[in-house]
Write a protein that binds this ligand. Structure first.
Ligand code: 1SD
Ligand code: ZN
Length: 268
């Protein structure tokens, strides 16, 4: 039996709480994702984050993996995120994607109700405190996720093609492929990197732990329609040889009420 899913009745996001009690959307709780609107509080002290090691080629080898819920890039240990109002230094662990079935949906966070076609999450855990992600989930600020919206344009993205051309190798659940490290900042917006939203929320997948400081970049990055289509139509949540063969898509959670949470916008 699958642990959680996005479509079937018994395991979709509205019933995650049956198996994972902290996924129940209890009133006043800090769930993610949320809609970002113009009600945000401008916070002049939120400056650009410090992304250590993001502009260099890390030693070693990274791994791209299909875990049946997303495509995940596990990175080594040399990447660190801090500053930008975060209470500590965080070590980058992995990045992964959420997407739809075409270019009209896919992102988890929405901006004034609009969904982008994709959203990338760079997952970081509080350095020096926790041996692994599971341990960090007990801390309300144990995890810092950097979210980047991915939109479509006519031009192909060379940076994303590095990663996306490897996706066919992990088309099926459980598949992994080695990745030669590359500067991770090539996947980030090139302009206005100091413009972002900040709020406290949860993991968007079970166990939905309220352990995440979210940084959502305002400016999207762009891939071509072809790049998006190939990704969206080429990843399965079934294992190789398993019947039926089921596409993995629409792996985004519905947006949640902020219940009066403060959502900040950075200084610029
Ligand atoms: O979906 C991811 C999940 O794969 C895992 O990375 C978790 C962190 O332990 O985070 C969620 S998410 O909230 O970044 N979508
Ligand atoms: Zn995610």
């Amino acid at each position: 039996a699958r642990d959680f899913c996005y479509d079937e009745e018994y395991c979709n996001p509205y019933s995650w709480g049956d198996k994972f009690p902290s996924c129940h959307p209890i009133i006043d709780e800090h769930h993610s994702p949320i809609n970002l609107d113009y009600q945000m509080i401008r916070n002049e002290s939120l400056e650009a984050l410090t992304l250590e090691g993001f502009d260099t080629v890390q030693p070693g080898e990274w791994t791209l993996k299909n875990n049946g819920h997303s495509v995940v890039l596990e990175v080594g240990s040399g990447l660190q995120v801090g500053g930008g109002g975060l209470p500590a230094e965080y070590t980058t662990v992995q990045l992964h994607f959420h997407w739809g079935s075409n270019h009209t949906n896919g992102s988890e966070h929405t901006v004034n109700g609009r969904r982008y076609p994709m959203e990338m999450h760079i997952v970081n855990m509080k350095t020096a405190y926790y041996p692994n992600l599971t341990a960090a989930l007990e801390d309300p600020t144990g995890i810092a996720v950097l979210a980047v919206f991915i939109d479509v344009a006519y031009a192909e993205s060379d940076s994303f093609s590095l990663l996306f051309t490897l996706v066919p190798a992990v088309a099926f659940k459980g598949k992994t492929v080695p990745v030669t490290p590359f500067p991770l900042n090539s996947l980030l917006p090139t302009k206005n990197i100091s413009q972002y939203y900040r709020y406290h929320g949860s993991l968007t997948t079970p166990p939905c732990s309220k352990a995440v400081l979210w940084t959502v970049y305002e400016v999207p990055v762009y891939v071509s329609y072809e790049q998006l289509n190939e990704f969206v139509s080429g990843v399965y949540r079934s294992e190789e040889g398993e019947e039926p063969v089921i596409l993995l898509h629409d792996n985004f959670r519905h947006v949640h009420d902020t219940f009066g949470r403060k959502v900040y916008a950075s200084k610029d």
